[in-house]
Design a protein around this ligand. Sequence first.
Ligand SMILES: [Zn+2]
Ligand SMILES: [Zn+2]
Length: 363
Amino acid sequence: MAKPLLEFTDCGIYCETGRFYIDPWKPVDDAVITHAHADHAYWGHKSYLAHHLSKEVLYYRLGDINLQTIEYGETVTKNGVEICLFPAGHVIGSAQVRVSYKGEVWVVSGDYKTEDDGISTPFEPVRCHHFISECTFGMPVYQWKPQAEIFTDINNWWRNNKEQGIATVIAGYSLGKAQRILQHLDLSIGPVFTHGVIENTNEALRRNGVTLNPTTRITYETPKEEIRKGIILAPPSAIGTPWIRKFAPFSFGYCSGWMALRGAKRRRAADRGFVLSDHADWDGLVSAIDATGCEKVYLTHGYTASFARYLNEIGFDAREVHTLFGDDEDINAQDVDLKDTVTSEESTLSFGEGRGEAEEASL
Ligand SMILES: [Zn+2]
Ligand SMILES: [Zn+2]
């Protein structure tokens, strides 16, 4: 039997015929990158291929890499194997990778979401024989509300905090969630202040030609009274650190798909949990997989075992595969260069000292 076009190796998803990897986690010669999150875009490859809108963020995160960028729908051929990128709707610049050779078509989803978030090019289903899918939220309990409802809640919460004279801190990871929140804030309420990690990512995206709402980087000189009128965009890992405590009193909101779980808000010491995810919910996953028309599904991360069982029950040939792709929605997920603004000692301080615990306990 002929070897499959893509295989799962210790270094990552590999195409032997084309001699390239997709999102490899060990250094390789030729890497195709779905998006710039740390568990997909590792340092140390000899060459990188990614979407044009990932360019500046990849340079910012990985330094001076040998990078070729292309647009969605553009085809690159490596040793006779065609590679084409399609929008994944996960974060700005995120792509699904379509790999085809002699009529056999594979698609690697990377991370994706099916809802149009207003900033990322919307997800596009791609017909294929083999679909390699994530399933971070592959359980029926995960059903997202339309984002307009979530942003109404966020803006109301901010307005209310401002009226009470307390600062508002909202957390989301620096690439994707932060910009999605930024673009949907009601700027008539006040200005938007950013943690350095988020502002660095914003700047990289702006260099890439992305238009974002105005933001002000917080420095030692930024007056606290000004900050209190606005909203602070911070990465999850800044929460519970002295950096954030100097803005007290504040209300802390956390945006993640995990906020759909009972107790999640308390465990993250958040005053408010907003169920906002850059991954597909249950219906999104099932409909996306169905729309590919694929015969075989490979599940890379998330609820792989139970989701594979479900897909097999409804007639797909699905199985789990081992990868190192992680959970970018968790509060402990890796974000970049926090060392710039938060020392490692500070960032290990425990959570739970904010108002969150007290308020939740009194419910
Ligand atoms: Zn991601
Ligand atoms: Zn990921």
